[in-house]
Ligand binder design. Structure first.
Ligand SMILES: [Zn+2]
Length: 141
């Protein structure tokens, strides 16, 4: 363990990474965390199926078929607070275009991600709306 204190974005990312461990998706595990303006943790979430839905046998066999049913971590995250309550969001993968739009609608001003998602328009959306979107590398210490 590093003796250096985590920055707020690193703290949020660490929480997002723990949340990703709860994902039941065998192909892609994504976690997200939201902090309020006082840096208090208000929500953590991960990608998965709708609450209460038990996947039938064979559901996870086809990677492409399952995709449309997956609720993304950011959408699940936003279901846990009201617009304006969260200021900072960390997510283990760059938000997809739809999730970036959702985060905008919820008034998120700072977004940190770890893995790049090339198919996403998130950087362009962030630039237009003046949202801080930044990649956080894994700590090396
Ligand atoms: Zn998404």
């Amino acid at each position: 363990m590093s003796k250096k204190r985590l920055s707020i974005p690193e703290y949020a990312m660490a929480l997002a990474e723990v949340a990703s461990l709860r994902s039941e998706d065998p192909f892609r595990k994504v976690g997200a965390a939201a902090l309020d303006a006082d840096n208090r943790v208000i929500a953590t979430a991960y990608n998965g199926l709708a609450p209460g839905f038990d996947a039938p046998a064979g559901f996870w066999d086809d990677r492409d078929q399952r995709q449309k049913f997956m609720l993304h971590a950011e959408v699940n995250l936003c279901s846990l607070f009201k617009r304006g309550e969260a200021s900072i969001v960390a997510t283990t993968t760059m938000p997809c275009t739809a999730c970036m739009q959702t985060l905008c609608a919820y008034g998120i001003r700072e977004i940190y991600y770890r893995e790049v998602y090339k198919a996403s328009d998130a950087p362009e959306i962030a630039a237009l709306y003046g949202i801080h979107l930044e990649q956080i590398s894994a700590r090396v210490d």
